[in-house]
Design a protein around this ligand. Structure first.
Ligand SMILES: Cc1cc2nc3c(=O)[nH]c(=O)nc-3n(C[C@H](O)[C@H](O)[C@H](O)COP(=O)(O)O)c2cc1C
Length: 244
């Protein structure tokens, strides 16, 4: 028998077109409270989920995210925050220094990402479609300004949630044996073979969308021949992060 949680995970697809129906508060509360049980480094719970309800702010964030309409149009829109502010406040109120470095930033980002994955899966389990919005990092300082985020609170990505307007279908993944191996990392020859396999696995996906001839490795070659979002380090430092 298929486990319902594994089946839900395997059915994930990003939805970018939404019906206008709002997402009831009761559903959000159920999903967020379950998602909070994600594992958290040293119990620090270094994350928050900011729901953006004001249309003008959603429009501003949509524009900052490269005019992605779903930021404005989805039933609900959230910003996933790596949140160190509670810890800072504890230290301030106890008159203690707040010690932080790259480890603290990474730990908060990992905590927030594990929580966010649970949130995404939780909404999908209730029949909603979701879309992460990494493009909020196009201009982190502008996002912080729109949302008036205080020091120590770092927007990582957005999350659109709503009733899907259409089914976008599944995007294939690398072969399981490509991402799961025992004891030692595979040789470069094995990697080359696995990349060929990945291109073959992606071919039907491209063909169905009228993009025959494209392949996964070509997409990666285009993605990694230049840097993106080079101001990020300064943006997060301006928000209070340390990368020491
Ligand atoms: C952190 C993160 C940021 C993303 N940012 C965007 C985005 O800005 N816009 C978008 O349309 N999709 C975005 N996506 C969705 C990915 O493009 C998508 O998950 C990936 O192509 C795999 O497709 P699938 O989710 O349909 O399986 C993002 C996904 C993640 C995990």
């Amino acid at each position: 028998m298929t486990d319902p949680i594994l089946a839900q995970m395997a059915a994930h697809r990003t939805v970018r077109a939404f019906l206008p129906d709002p997402v009831p508060t009761g559903d959000i509360r159920r999903v967020v409270s379950a998602a909070q049980m994600a594992a958290t480094s040293s119990w620090i719970q270094a994350y928050s989920l900011l729901q953006v309800t004001r249309p003008a702010e959603r429009a501003a964030l949509s524009e900052l995210a490269g005019n992605q309409a779903q930021v404005r149009d989805a039933g609900a829109f959230f910003v996933v925050l790596a949140d160190t502010r509670r810890h800072r406040r504890i230290q301030t109120e106890r008159g203690k220094p707040y010690a932080h470095n790259l480890e603290v930033f990474l730990t908060a980002s990992i905590d927030a990402s594990l929580f966010a994955q649970n949130v995404q899966l939780g909404f999908e389990a209730l029949g909603y479609g979701t879309c992460c919005i990494g493009a909020l990092r196009n201009d982190v300082q502008a996002v912080c300004k729109v949302l008036e985020l205080p020091e120590g609170v770092y927007p990582l990505f957005g999350l659109c949630v709503g009733r899907p307007a259409a089914d976008p279908g599944l995007r294939p993944r690398l072969a399981t044996e490509t991402v799961w191996f025992e004891d030692r990392y595979p040789s470069d020859d094995t990697l080359r073979e696995q990349v060929r396999e990945a291109d073959a696995l992606a071919a039907p996906y491209y063909a169905e969308r009228g993009q025959s001839g494209r392949d996964w490795s070509g997409a990666m070659a285009r993605r990694f021949d230049h840097l993106e979002r080079t101001p990020l380090r300064g943006d997060y430092e301006a928000q209070g992060a340390s990368f020491e």
